[in-house]
Design a protein around this ligand. Structure first.
Ligand SMILES: N[C@@H](CCC(=O)N[C@@H](CS)C(=O)NCC(=O)O)C(=O)O
Length: 202
């Protein structure tokens, strides 16, 4: 059975949501990434030497890390009956996952920094975040329900989780109506609601 190491509300929730979408059987184990231990007392560095979540133990016992790789794996392994998985579609998935991981996700890091940040740095971080959310708005074409088109894919779960961080920052999405509608649409899905509840966030 698969097992997901997660922290509540963190990027690992994208994998959690996708596993719920698939109706997959999996175990969950919470990680205190600050302390480096899991809820059962395991040294988390023995699971993922980089110390951050997510880490997914696969059915064959291997451990897979990095959001983009895990979400790509779940897409390839389980979405073939939902989406026409062509080479170009996989590249589009990777294009979106790369943007989410290295641009949108990364833009939040300074705003969640544990050290205190000078006002000028905060303003700069805010400007970059606004720019990236604007880029995401451009990626949701008019009338398109999900990032890659009419079909839901793991990209949508990851985008939702990142956008959900705006709710704990003073960062309303009102300036980006397509992003806001997309966020609400993915939030309303039963698999998302279930993951939020399972992580103690609703
Ligand atoms: N490159 C990694 C980054 C993962 C990441 O940033 N994880 C955060 C939660 S969203 C984390 O575990 N941070 C705790 C830490 O770094 O100690 C990925 O995309 O999987």
């Amino acid at each position: 059975m698969m097992k997901l190491y997660y922290r509540a509300g963190a990027c690992s929730m994208a994998t959690h949501i996708v596993l719920n979408e698939l109706g997959a059987a999996f175990d969950l184990e919470r990680v205190d990434t600050q302390a480096g231990v899991t809820e059962s007392g395991t040294d988390y560095k023995t699971i993922n030497s980089r110390g951050y979540v997510p880490a997914l133990i696969l059915n064959n016992g291997e451990t897979l890390t990095e959001n983009a790789a895990i979400l790509q794996y779940l897409f390839d392994e389980y979405f073939g009956d939902k989406v026409d998985v062509t080479i170009l579609r996989r590249a589009r998935l990777q294009e979106a996952l790369s943007f989410l991981s290295s641009e949108l996700h990364a833009a939040f890091r300074p705003l969640f920094a544990k050290r205190s940040i000078p006002e000028s740095e905060l303003q700069h971080a805010n400007t970059i975040l606004r720019k990236r959310v604007g880029h995401f708005e451009d990626m949701i074409a008019d009338g398109r329900e999900f990032v890659l088109g009419t079909a839901y894919t793991p990209v949508d779960a990851y985008a939702f989780v990142i956008l959900n961080w705006t709710t704990v920052l003073d960062f309303p999405l009102d300036d980006w109506p397509k992003v806001k509608a997309f966020y609400e649409r993915v939030k309303a899905r039963p698999a998302t609601q279930k993951a939020l509840a399972q992580e103690g966030l609703s």
